[in-house]
Design a protein. Structure first.
Length: 257
């Protein structure tokens, strides 16, 4: 893609979203992954260096326009060991998304540490997320490589992702950036119904991280479960080449288009 990053900084906490943030459904709207990562990035930048994001909950107040936006960061529960910070995104003076980030201080290694199981190796061949919609910004801004399931059919999916662009122009991607840019794709990757005829809308996303991913690749193993009255839940495990780094969950509104 001929863009510099997902967001171009404009100063005074203002950002211009590029085509890399583009939603598959509305070219004038953003996919939920980049805004979630931007809010968490700015929230964690306001905490101490020894703190690491452990839970990121993001609420979407509707479609997020692909226009100039402002982010305001507010400490809710400052602390040296545990910190809660909120980041609010507005477009044209209207709140479009809010993230709350619990950060926890790192410390000495405890006497019991969970063993890691690596996911399957990264396949050599690149795939397309929503192959019938190949020309959309967010879908092109990441590499997608399936290890289970298929981009051509509905159902559970295990996919390696690699973010191709910086989140913010002039800044290096962090591991948390990589995880959150990919995490919001879980419900689209694991849709149980054809997305051309069924809506599966997440009003929010909650991601728990035990550590940042090592390296460029983040694996997402995701599943969606639907009820008989129009609700659903998508859940997924996030991993790097060493093993699990966290989990993501999204409540779903399921309706025929």
């Amino acid at each position: 893609m001929d863009v510099e990053a997902f967001y171009l900084p404009l100063g005074d906490n203002r950002f211009s979203p590029t085509r890399a943030t583009e939603s598959p459904w509305e070219t004038t709207a953003q996919h939920g992954g980049p805004p979630s990562a931007l809010l968490a990035h700015l929230a964690t930048s306001a905490t101490g260096e020894q703190l690491r994001a452990a839970r990121i909950s993001v609420d979407f107040f509707g479609a997020i326009p692909r226009r100039e936006l402002t982010v305001e960061v507010s400490p809710l529960r400052p602390g040296r060991r545990i910190d809660l910070t909120e980041a609010t995104m507005t477009v044209d003076g209207r709140i479009v998304a809010v993230a709350r980030v619990w950060s926890i201080a790192t410390g000495p290694t405890p006497p019991a540490v969970t063993a890691l199981t690596p996911p399957p190796a990264v396949p050599a061949e690149n795939d397309h997320f929503l192959p019938h919609l190949s020309d959309w910004g967010y879908g092109q801004a990441l590499d997608w490589r399936w290890t289970a399931g298929s981009p051509d059919r509905q159902g559970p999916a295990d996919v390696w992702t690699r973010v191709r662009l910086p989140l913010i122009a002039g800044e290096e991607l962090t591991g948390t950036d990589r995880a959150l840019i990919a995490a919001d794709a879980a419900n689209g990757l694991s849709a149980e119904l054809p997305i051309s005829s069924w809506l599966s809308i997440p009003p929010g996303m909650t991601t728990h991280l035990t550590r940042e991913p090592d390296g460029e690749w983040v694996h997402l193993s995701c599943r969606s479960r639907l009820t008989d009255d129009g609700l659903g839940l998508c859940s997924g495990t996030l991993s790097d080449t060493r093993g699990a780094i966290g989990e993501v969950a999204q409540p779903l509104l399921v309706r025929e288009r």
